[in-house]
Design a protein around this ligand. Structure first.
Ligand code: SF4
Length: 376
């Protein structure tokens, strides 16, 4: 039984190119569900090969029911409820909530946690949990954390059983909250925190509720736009994080150059994901408490570079199977490298060429972000 958001997302191209104005197909899907985006805003859904998905989306969006609920009160530390555990009366059951900064009583438009990012991040730190499972379809995660049984719901509720006491439950909740922080969705625009921290926000929206997110944690507003630079940080873990981001970027540029020179880049998806997981593990390290904002900034860049590498891999396949002229892809990639893609018009392109444009757009976006990140 999947959520309406999942049904909509599954019918998007899942390319995350950003041409619709949302950096991910997931954020676009959320905006369709609340009636804030039109299906026609996605140029990829206009292609013949996505005709079925487009029709499906049109059918779903006609039936969409607005499911907004008012945000609950935000108690101190995020603990909503605790009572004796049904498994053992000596132990405790607790419910806590991760907030996305929406004020109590105001409508929660999009849910609180992006299930795709939630599952990805939980997977990265699975060694901290036993049997943690996460379903993107059900938008739900569950597992054991030491002896505590944990359930994480998309609306931000975290339920625990078998905690030794309130402090034990709260300490475990803090670890969970730090792990999943990047997946918190802004209530004003439906974008996730990683996207907002990368600098992609609706121009007309000046204030993003997600910047006030968290129950036991909060972002450091002074660091929201600060870029950590090597030599200007004295923390080993932050330097390591910068190295992982640089490695990932260099991998992307090497692969881009290989493709431009007519060769096919190696598939390195697992290796790249491992680098991103290392950044998440560094962020969750208890010694790094207070530096979450810096790590989330690094993660947001890594997230978009990873998407660009996936785009290069798709372009390599399109080149190999001959579905798009090699010269066209080379033109797009060279334009992406110089950040001049927008000068090329989608109107004169056929379906396959448009698809190549979307993948090249992912590359251009990553290059721009990295340049911004590395400039003094
Ligand atoms: S494919 Fe691109 S344009 Fe279409 S919904 Fe996804 S991010 Fe938006």
């Amino acid at each position: 039984m999947s959520s309406i958001w999942t049904k909509v997302r599954k019918n998007t191209p899942e390319i995350d190119c950003g041409l619709c104005g949302f950096t991910t197909c997931g954020a676009f899907a959320r905006s369709i569900v609340v009636g804030k985006a039109k299906i026609s805003a996605c140029p990829v859904l206009g292609l013949n090969q996505y005709a079925q998905e487009r029709e499906e989306l049109e059918n779903i969006s006609r039936d969409v029911k607005n499911t907004q609920r008012p945000a609950p009160e935000q108690p101190e530390g995020g603990v909503l409820l605790s009572k004796p555990c049904t498994d053992s009366p000596d132990l405790l059951m607790a419910e806590m909530r991760i907030f996305n900064g929406v004020k109590p009583g105001e409508p929660m438009k999009y849910g609180v946690l992006d299930p795709v990012i939630l599952c990805w991040f939980l997977d990265c730190v699975s060694s901290r949990y036993e049997d943690m499972r996460c379903s993107k379809e059900l938008a739900y995660a569950w597992g054991n954390m030491e002896e505590i049984r944990v359930h994480i719901l998309r609306d931000g509720r975290v339920r625990m059983r078998r905690a030794r006491g309130a402090d034990h439950a709260l300490d475990s909740f803090r670890i969970i909250e730090r792990t999943v922080m990047g997946s918190i969705i802004c209530n004003c625009c439906g974008r996730d925190l990683l996207t907002i921290l990368a600098g992609f926000a609706e121009p007309e929206e000046e204030y993003h509720t997600v910047l006030e997110a968290g129950s036991t944690l909060s972002l450091d507003s002074e660091l929201v736009e600060w870029t950590p630079k090597k030599g200007k940080v004295d923390t080993k873990q932050i330097s390591e994080m910068i190295d992982f981001v640089d490695d990932l970027y260099n991998t992307m540029i090497d692969q881009l150059d290989l493709l431009i020179s007519g060769n096919h880049p190696p598939q390195s998806i697992q290796e790249n994901r491992a680098k991103i997981c290392k950044i998440i593990s560094l962020m969750v390290d208890p010694l790094m408490k207070g530096n979450e904002t810096i790590f989330l900034r690094g993660l947001s860049l890594a997230f978009f570079i990873d998407s660009a590498i996936m785009g290069l891999s798709s372009l390599s396949s399109l080149m190999s199977d001959g579905s798009v002229k090699k010269t066209h892809i080379l033109k797009l990639l060279n334009a992406a490298k110089k950040a001049s893609l927008k000068e090329l018009s989608l109107l004169s392109m056929d379906d396959s060429e448009t698809l190549s444009f979307t993948h090249s757009h992912r590359v251009e976006r990553a290059i721009r972000l990295y340049e911004q990140w590395s400039k003094d």
